[in-house]
Design a protein around this ligand. Structure first.
Ligand code: LMR
Length: 330
């Protein structure tokens, strides 16, 4: 058995947290030889619910669960002390009729203190995944408030979009989800995101060569993926939880595992200026990992249609950044 790692989850008693914790504790994500100490973080009014979550975690008798720490969000430095991963789920979720951007001034301020506490208290190798919306810009705020934490440690989640897009392509083509690779999501986790079907493949062949209905790809496909979060809210009366938790865990696995040759995965990371994106924006890119850090996949060419989509999501992220300028120390 290795030395235990510490993994903090904010919003741990919420639906996404609940769907995530047992899989984190079970060895499924970090492997059977990697003990995990879970830090469950919640706002004070729901702290007592964490007692129940802790009891249930104990009652699973997971061999890889090496401990549970409960902490309240008024004491974030205690919450994140020595953590190797911080998964930021806690935020006010979107309700029917709202766009994710509507949450920006509600949730943004939470992420200034989150960033400061990560810098002050987390482990030197901390990696942070922001799930709470608007996740790209929340991640930007946290990162900007933690200037000593290297820029390659910050991620916002676009994997849910990738997974949604994979399933739409699988259904349309009649092929299994495992046949679909490199379903890159560019830009924002929002209704402007660009699910790049051009460079995705089915059994190694580009999607547009197999799915001949290009109107569907350019229209219904993109729109379905962009608006899936709203469709789930409409149907469930609450925003997606199990699928969001699953995508967060998929992201962690992709970050800690070397990416198979020729493949990529989607996450939003701090732009180094690649593809003309403003340096420092948290932008969804196709990535590869060496198990430790990431690289942006280079050399992808976009046609006019794709460029229009790319620029729309880039523009939205610039506007989001401008709305929270006061939360971004220079
Ligand atoms: C989702 O994509 O389902 C989540 O980001 C929730 C939302 O607000 O859409």
């Amino acid at each position: 058995m290795n030395h235990p790692i510490r993994v903090a989850v904010t919003g741990a008693a919420g639906q996404i947290g609940y769907a995530m914790l047992f899989r984190l504790a079970s060895g499924q994500i970090f492997g059977p030889d990697q003990p995990v100490i879970l830090h469950l973080v919640e706002v004070p009014p729901v702290l007592s619910a964490l007692d129940g979550v802790e009891m249930e975690l104990e009652d699973c008798a997971f061999p890889t669960l090496a401990g549970v720490v409960k902490a309240d969000s008024d004491h974030l430095e205690d919450a994140f002390a020595d953590c190797n991963f911080v998964i930021c789920v806690g935020s006010v979720p979107r309700k029917a009729g709202m766009e994710r951007g509507d949450l920006i001034r509600v949730n943004g301020p939470i992420f200034t203190s989150t960033g400061q506490a990560i810098q002050n208290a987390a482990a030197d190798d901390v990696r942070v995944l922001v799930v709470g919306n608007p996740c790209n810009t929340n991640c930007l705020i946290a990162m900007a408030n933690a200037p000593k934490v290297p820029r390659d440690r910050w991620y916002a989640m676009t994997r849910l979009d990738e997974n949604r897009a994979v399933t739409q392509i699988a259904k349309k083509s009649g092929q299994p989800v495992t046949a679909i690779k490199n379903m890159n999501i560019w830009g924002n986790h929002s209704a402007t995101q660009f699910p790049d079907f051009y460079h995705a493949t089915i059994h190694g062949t580009p999607v547009p060569e197999i799915i001949e209905d290009h109107d569907w790809l350019r229209g219904e496909f993109i729109e379905t993926v962009q608006k899936r979060g709203a469709a789930v809210i409409q149907a469930r009366g609450a925003s997606s939880a199990a699928s969001a938790a699953n995508a967060a865990l998929d992201t962690i696995k992709s970050i800690i595992t070397p990416t198979p040759l020729g493949e990529s995965f989607s996450a939003a990371v701090c732009s180094d200026g690649s593809y003309g994106v403003d340096e420092g924006l948290i932008f969804g890119y196709p990535l590869t990992s060496d198990g430790n850090t990431w690289k942006i996949v280079e050399g992808i060419e976009h046609d006019d249609f794709a460029m229009e989509k790319f620029n729309a999501t880039l523009q939205e992220l610039r506007e989001e950044r401008d709305v929270v300028r006061d939360l971004l120390p220079e």
